[in-house]
Ligand binder design. Structure first.
Ligand code: ZN
Length: 567
């Protein structure tokens, strides 16, 4: 396989049609860079399509080859349409600079540079205030970097690191009486992010965690006591000092001790990795002298120093100079496979929002966050709206629009109702799909064929018109080809693909059904019986389970659907 690597294209020329100092150019320069980068990536992965699945099997994962093809198509279309908005001062008529408000994002932020860039921008904006708040509220701030030993595959590396990280912070978890004695118990607020890259020396998948934590007590990261340091003050004699902790380590010809010197904190990390790794670094964050001189406040200084935690997860091209860390096309399959349905960004303590928590246990700047808002002014502020499209590797000049480019941003009752119904059908599909993947997992681990079971949600509407959700267990029958040869995992892959295919066709038909009806017609027509007939007509030849599932969802009485939409 050719070792084509990804370059990070730098924008060298102004975008045609826009003066380099124009506000529109400023708004497009970053999307232009990210989209060029993303296009290069798609071209490289596409060019190596035949080799991508050479060593791949459906056995451990949840995504099929068909899914990856779909994901790649989504990435290739990502960011091809942009909606920009400019604020208008309605008393003076002044128009502000246009900003990117929305785009057709693909949402694959671990492997799409365009979406990764968006996630990073949002995180930088969202976490600035909470980090500055915590820097003033708590006494100490630290940056932590934790790694495990490199692994042969992305899945082994990412799973191993995630498990170790969980084991590490659980050493300081809350218990009924007090806390476990782990150092993490001191953490009052924190964020952690997994960074995905290849190791510089090993060239193997070698991911790590970056964390920013705030505490009121100092973290115990001292390797030697004051007394030991006083006894052997010269760093040359460090090996003679008695460490606070001895971390078990294999005996080597060069080192026959069988341990390495560690602190309480690095010992806890090493223990969480099963004593296979000790890559652990703690750096206290202090007020940088140059920041102090330049009048940058302590809180701001902490924020600037913590930006590493907010940057995007995948190092698409982390070290062009050496070429060693670059990711290859096949990596994008491995990374997506291993990160599917996985969170790579975690929050703790005052930075963690949880419905069960009291308001005074959450940072006030995280309470009223609205994930829905785009980058620009809202419609009720009467902004100017523009559209730009990706053509010939550049964004077109901004064109004025009288309405938002992307529908579904507006929150109307009809829109809500349509979304509720579509989400239900989609939810059903997801549960069925997960059930098959789980059944496959059980077979892979134990050799037992256990029916794919999931919780079926029925929509029960009593006479008062207020719907209720009723859950009951349901099973999906095995197709004959799986029963005949379950050892061949491509049969399980085929099962998932056929479910997805019938779902897609049916979902598209459902969207068409919604878009062709006005609300009035919709209310008249959209009764359970009609819906059932509608689906029977259109679902001939679809897989039985999908038909059944769709009918169950669509047969839910009107009152139920209505009550799901806020009035
Ligand atoms: Zn994307």
């Amino acid at each position: 396989m050719p070792e084509t690597t990804l370059e990070n294209p730098q924008i060298s020329a102004p975008i045609p049609g826009q003066a380099e100092d124009s506000p529109a150019w400023a708004a497009l320069v970053r999307p232009q860079r990210l989209k060029s980068w993303s296009s290069d990536l798609v071209a490289i992965v596409d060019g190596q399509a035949e080799d991508l699945f050479t060593d791949w099997s459906f056995r451990p994962g949840a995504l099929t080859r068909h899914d990856f093809g779909h994901i790649l198509r989504k990435i290739s279309g990502c960011g091809s349409v942009l909606e920009l908005r400019a604020a208008v001062d309605h008393s003076t008529g002044d128009v502000g600079a246009p900003v990117l408000h929305a785009a057709n994002f693909c949402g694959q932020h671990t492997i799409c540079p365009f979406c990764a860039g968006r996630v990073q921008d949002r995180r930088l904006a969202k976490w600035e205030k909470p980090i500055k708040w915590a820097a003033q509220k708590f006494r100490f701030a630290y940056m932590i970097t934790a790694t495990t030993a490199p692994a042969e595959t992305w899945r082994a590396d990412i799973d191993g690191l995630r498990d170790a990280w969980r084991g590490f912070y659980l050493k300081g978890q809350k218990r009924i009486a007090g806390r476990s004695p782990g150092e993490w118990g001191k953490v009052k607020a924190g964020i952690a992010k997994m960074e995905i890259k290849r190791g510089e020396d090993s060239h193997l998948p070698h991911c790590h965690y970056h964390a920013l934590v705030f505490t009121d007590e100092m973290l115990n990261y001292e390797i030697w006591s004051k007394e030991e340091r006083a006894k052997w003050p010269d760093e040359k004699d460090a090996h003679k000092r008695e460490p606070n902790f001895k971390i078990p380590w294999p005996v080597t010809p060069a080192d026959s001790r069988g341990w390495r010197a560690g602190s309480k904190l690095s010992h806890e990390w090493s223990e969480a990795t099963g004593f296979t790794a000790m890559g652990f670094r703690v750096d206290p964050i202090r007020w940088k002298p140059e920041h102090k001189r330049e009048g940058v406040s302590f809180a701001e200084s902490v924020y600037y120093q913590s930006i590493e935690v907010l940057k995007y997860s995948t190092k698409f091209d982390s070290s062009p100079a050496t070429g060693a860390e670059k990711l290859f096309a096949r990596d994008f399959i491995g990374i997506k496979d291993a990160t599917y349905n996985r969170r790579l960004f975690h929050t703790y303590g005052f930075f963690h929002r949880d419905a069960r928590k009291a308001i005074n246990e959450v940072c006030p700047f995280l309470l009223d966050e609205d994930d829905f808002t785009g980058g620009g002014p809202q419609i009720y502020d009467g902004p100017l709206i523009y559209e730009s499209r990706w053509r010939d590797r550049k964004y077109s000049e901004l064109e004025s629009r009288s309405k938002p480019v992307f529908k579904g941003q507006e929150r109307t009752l009809t829109g809500q109702f349509r979304r509720t119904m579509l989400n239900r059908v989609q939810g059903k599909f997801r549960r069925m799909r997960t059930a098959i993947v789980e059944s496959k997992k059980i077979f892979a681990e134990s050799g037992d064929l256990v029916h794919a079971a999931y919780m079926q949600i029925d929509y029960d509407a009593p006479l008062d018109g207020h719907g209720r959700l009723v859950q009951r267990p349901a099973e999906i029958n095995f197709p004959a080809y799986v029963l005949e040869n379950p050892e061949d995992f491509s049969n399980w892959e085929r099962w998932i693909d056929s479910l997805s295919e019938s779902f897609k066709v049916a979902y598209q038909a459902l969207q068409d059904f919604f878009s062709m009806d006005s609300e009035t017609r919709f209310e008249d027509q959209f009764r359970a019986a009609d819906a059932a007939r509608y689906w029977e007509d259109r679902s001939k030849g679809y897989q039985d389970e999908v038909i059944r599932a769709f009918l169950e969802v669509l047969n839910s009485p009107e009152g139920c659907a209505r009550s799901a939409a806020p009035s």
